[in-house]
Design a protein around this ligand. Structure first.
Ligand code: SAT
Ligand code: MN
Length: 591
């Protein structure tokens, strides 16, 4: 088979000449094809079958122990002009990058099958969706792409109609970390990745296309490609508000997207549209309309349990791929935080021994179709997307940052997003728990200069725009080494306040960092939080924030002359307000 699109056929020929595969397989995305891939991987040992009685059609993949997370130091964004990549990216000149990585691709598919994987990010008929083709020599990648994207015939038909597509070339190479690169050529709408078979390094539709390349396209075309979950919050009256929320990798986006309201919220429901990526565009009504470009979840397993995320657990007992989790004696998947069962073999397949560290790798993952989620929203398939009422930014902050605050307007909201910081997690290789600035949770994923990105965000504030309100949350505040806020389902209380603010139906108090709920503005029924804990969660430490804003100034300056003056002015406004002694007790904000 080949396609009706010459440009695609020519590219496949060109890649085959370079990589020298034994066979070429054009993926149609069918169930039969998926089953054949699974059989093949069971034969080669790439997959093992999990307990078919408890987990039908579930498989375990163990990756190479040196290949367990995204590798940011080997990820490059390569526009012709280094300034366009910005201080937030590693840059290499495009011709040098092509030369370097093509040398590694030469002959790398000898003895292997080259899979051509057409995929669509977003509902097939959505004007907001975009397509790509990934060429890969990894059947594991093909199987994951089938779950994570609309992959196969329908995508190919759209590509032939559109005439254009993002090119992604991937090979696991020999998995040598010294010969591993993930390179992006935004001006050519091209991705080249070699040497890793893991997650965002290898499933090119996800971080490489839907964030790095898409963010570049979005800037040119006037939309936003963001690292955000999308959920719908339905009230007992049946009113649904859609919210998009940006958190760094492994900070609980999946749990929040699938939240089940606590007992204090009869009649409320959370609908899941997406857990990782959000593409949004101003509609004719001035609001931002959003789609989830993905069709599945590639979620962090450890910590997922019936108490933290019952919806996730319910979708994981059939038709799922697990990567680097542990196994019980009767071949059920297991990870830290799961109270049922105990590990017999660890993520490397060794007999479990606590001396070897956790049984499941801290970045172990599940891959599952979004439709298996009990809270999956049928609006996920709406070609127009859903209208966004609120944007939430958040990170892991043990100290200083309160439970929630509201930005006073869009410009302030962009500053709040740009200033985001978070303590690092196991989702990327490197030290865990170190505070780093991670603007809009896009530090590893923005395909261009952050200074230009901030300007792009600011540009949405134009006449007739009906922009979402912007908020910042922090579920991770600690005292005496323990989390103060219960989190998970109880985050519903914060979501309710947020939606209340969007409807002008609930109060707040104005402070220099933004508007915070007073105790009486939050539903705290059924929680046992002391006065001291509430002060911690809902208070503003002016001196601490003054220091934080000094750090933010340095950070904004690190992007040089392109940093928008409007953002610096906004920073100066908040800084000056923080420095001014509070003349009177903080004012209650109207409505
Ligand atoms: O490995 S992925 O990049 O897909 C997961 C993540 O970092 O969010
Ligand atoms: Mn992510």
């Amino acid at each position: 088979m080949a396609s009706k699109l010459d440009a695609l056929n020519r590219w496949v020929d060109e890649v085959a000449r370079l990589t020298q595969p034994d066979r070429i397989h054009w993926c149609d995305g069918s169930e039969a094809e998926y089953q054949a891939l699974v059989e093949l991987m069971l034969d080669t040992g790439d997959l093992t079958e999990l307990n078919p009685a408890t987990h039908p059609n579930c498989y375990l993949h163990r990756s190479n122990p040196s290949d367990v997370a995204r590798v940011e130091h080997l990820t490059f964004v390569c526009p012709a002009n280094a300034e366009d990549a910005g201080a937030n990216n590693h840059w290499m000149a495009p011709d040098e990058a092509h030369r370097k990585i093509d040398a590694l691709f030469a002959g790398c598919m000898k003895g292997r099958t080259l899979y051509v994987v057409p995929y669509c990010m977003g509902p097939i008929d959505s004007p907001l969706a975009r397509c790509g083709v990934e060429i890969t020599d990894s059947p594991y990648v093909v199987a994951n792409m089938r779950v994570m994207t609309r992959m196969g015939e329908a995508a190919l038909a759209r590509i032939e109609r559109d005439g254009g597509f993002v090119k992604g070339l991937h090979s696991i190479g020999d998995l040598d970390p010294a010969k591993r690169f993930i390179m992006h050529f935004p001006e050519e709408l091209t991705i080249k990745s070699i040497g890793s078979g893991y997650g965002g390094n290898a499933l090119l539709g996800k971080k490489c296309h839907a964030l790095r390349i898409a963010s570049w396209q979005a800037r040119q075309e006037g939309w936003l490609a963001e690292h955000m979950l999308i959920l719908g919050l339905e009230s007992p009256q049946g009113e649904i508000h859609y919210v998009a929320a940006a958190f760094p990798s492994a900070c609980g986006k999946t749990n929040l997207a699938m939240l089940i309201p606590p007992a204090a919220y009869p009649g409320w429901k959370v609908w899941t549209i997406g857990d990782d990526i959000c593409w949004m565009q101003p509609g004719p009504d001035g609001r931002l309309w959003a789609i989830n470009p993905e069709a599945g979840f590639f979620g962090v397993a450890p910590g997922t349990s019936r108490s933290t995320n019952p919806n996730a657990l319910a979708m994981l007992d059939h038709d799922a791929i697990f990567t680097n989790v542990a196994e019980t004696a009767d071949q059920q998947p297991w990870w830290e935080g799961l109270p049922e069962g105990k590990p017999a073999r660890d993520w490397q397949g060794r007999d479990y021994d606590p001396a070897n560290g956790p049984a499941a790798h801290p970045n172990s993952r599940f891959t599952v179709s979004a439709r298996q989620c009990p809270s999956w929203s049928p609006r996920s398939e709406d070609p127009q997307g859903v209208p966004i009422s609120a944007i939430i930014f958040g990170g892991r902050r043990e100290s200083l940052v309160p439970l929630v605050f509201e930005a006073r307007d869009w410009k302030h909201g962009v500053l709040v997003g740009a200033a985001m910081g978070s303590e690092t997690t196991a989702a990327a290789t490197g030290a865990v728990g170190v505070l780093r600035r991670d603007s809009m949770a896009m530090k590893p994923f923005c395909g261009y200069n952050f200074a230009d990105y901030f300007a792009h965000w600011l540009s949405f504030d134009r006449p007739n725009a009906k922009l979402p309100k912007v908020f910042h949350v922090n579920w991770f505040r600690k005292a005496d080494g323990k989390f103060v806020w219960p989190g998970f389902g109880d985050n519903m209380r914060v979501l309710e306040w947020i939606v209340g603010r969007c409807k002008d139906a609930v109060g707040a108090v104005e402070t220099p960092i933004g508007n915070l709920p007073r105790r009486e503005d939050l539903n705290l029924a059924g929680l046992s939080l002391s006065d001291a804990q509430l002060d911690l969660l809902l208070g503003v430490d002016r001196e601490g924030w003054a220091r934080e804003y000094a750090g933010i100034a340095e950070y904004l300056d690190s992007f040089g002359e392109r940093t928008p003056a409007a953002l610096k002015q906004e920073h100066a406004r908040v800084r000056d307000e923080l420095a001014a002694a509070p003349a009177a007790p903080p004012r209650a904000a109207v409505g």
